[in-house]
Ligand binder design. Structure first.
Ligand SMILES: [Zn+2]
Ligand SMILES: [Zn+2]
Length: 398
């Protein structure tokens, strides 16, 4: 409930930020610049900008509201078709989500925030309070594209106004209100275009290679494994070539790529590139065979049998420990120590308080080990003698 509320606050704040940049610039900067009068020049300037803002808003709305794609109830991977199963790396079985209790179609992943599996999951986006997946990825790309173009247009307009106030402009100097809004528009729009610009460059690169954000991480891991010589070169299975990659996400008709259209396919199966080894492609992403989770050496049916008898190479688990123990030289002083201990006398005083217990705050009871000097002193006391520095204990003298 709390996360849902936070998500709505994010979406509201994002919408307000877009509205502020789009409309405060027109109302408080451009409109006074054109003398508070509607002219053809003003329409030529603001018309395209408002079209861009509408497309931006509409794609944002689609990102927020369109379901990124869920696994249909009782969906089972079709093994017979042979080309749409992304198998589990180790067991060779299909991928399964234990949380959703459903099979995972290829490229689907479980989103913790959405608490379900998302088809062709890219990432969970807090700005749209939704996952970006199969059915809204194209809307998301278009949204990023229109943010970039509209912000560039906006900055060009505001900069033109600023340049006009310097030098040989017709118009009067900007008022204080205008100056405040010029500064506010720069301080909001410049960080947005920098952040979204870098983010969009990454996603435009991803769409050219038909890679999701998650698959980008997987590709990095695989590249490391190949570099370390742990696995052989593996081709990323969903890369179909630049043109086909773009068509598979943005639609078959390039003229409509900027227009909000529904994606093709049902998100449950994806075409894979023509590659050398289809099986290797299907088991994407390949795993480190030497990792703990990797396939281990096959175990014999029973480790205790060897043909008809007992396995001759078997040895008790502590055998090595014992031999190493025997290899050590016997410790000769052991007997002497036993003789020296006053407990051999059997007096009660030495057994009275072998351990001293001390209360220690919340940590509980601290157990203190026997102090040899103390034991000796007590023993001497029972014999009516003084345990001084020069008073040695000699059991033979008794
Ligand atoms: Zn799931
Ligand atoms: Zn999500």
């Amino acid at each position: 409930m709390g996360s849902r509320l936070t998500g709505r606050i994010w979406v509201t704040c994002t919408s307000l930020l877009i509205a502020f940049i789009s409309y405060s610039s027109q109302i408080f900067i451009i409109w006074p610049w054109y003398g508070h009068e509607l002219s053809l020049d003003l329409i030529y300037l603001l018309g395209p900008f408002n079209i861009l803002v509408s497309l931006l808003y509409y794609n944002y709305f689609l990102c927020v509201t369109v379901d990124p794609g869920r696994v249909p109830r009782n969906w089972i991977p079709d093994f017979n078709s042979g080309d749409d199963v992304e198998v589990k790396k180790l067991t060779g079985g299909p991928r399964y989500c234990r949380t959703c209790e459903k099979y995972k179609p290829p490229r689907a992943h479980h989103c913790k925030q959405c608490r379900r599996c998302i088809l062709r999951m890219d990432h969970h986006c807090p700005w749209v309070n939704n996952c970006i997946g199969h059915f809204n990825y194209a809307h998301f790309l278009r949204f990023l594209f229109f943010v970039d173009v509209a912000c560039t247009y906006h900055l060009a307009m505001v900069t033109a106004r600023v340049r006009d106030s310097f030098g040989n402009g017709y118009w009067i100097e900007p008022s204080n209100t205008e100056i405040v809004f010029i500064v506010l528009n720069y301080t909001t729009c410049v960080p947005v275009i920098l952040a979204v610009g870098i983010f969009s460059l990454y996603h435009f690169y991803c769409v050219l290679t038909n890679t999701t954000t998650i698959e980008g991480w997987e590709k990095d891991k695989v590249a490391t494994l190949i570099r370390r010589g742990k696995i052989r070169e593996v081709k990323f299975p969903y890369d179909l070539g630049v043109a086909e990659n773009l068509k598979s996400v943005l639609g078959r008709n390039p003229l409509l790529w900027c227009w909000p259209t529904n994606p093709t396919g049902n998100g449950l199966k994806y075409q894979v590139g023509s590659g050398e080894d289809v099986e290797v492609q299907m088991s994407w992403p390949p795993k480190d065979p030497y990792s703990n989770n990797g396939p281990s050496r096959p175990l014999p049916a029973s480790p205790w049998t060897y043909g008809d008898g007992v396995n001759p190479t078997l040895e008790p688990s502590n055998a090595r420990l014992r031999t190493s123990h025997l290899a050590r030289a016997p410790y000769e002083a052991t007997d002497n120590i036993e003789q020296m201990t006053p407990s051999s006398e059997g007096t009660e005083s030495s057994d009275d308080e072998p351990l001293v217990r001390k209360r220690r705050g919340s940590e509980g009871v601290e157990v203190k080990t026997i102090d040899r000097e103390e034991v000796l002193r007590r023993y001497m006391a029972t014999r009516g003698e003084d345990a001084t520095r020069y008073n040695y204990y000699n059991p033979e003298s008794e």
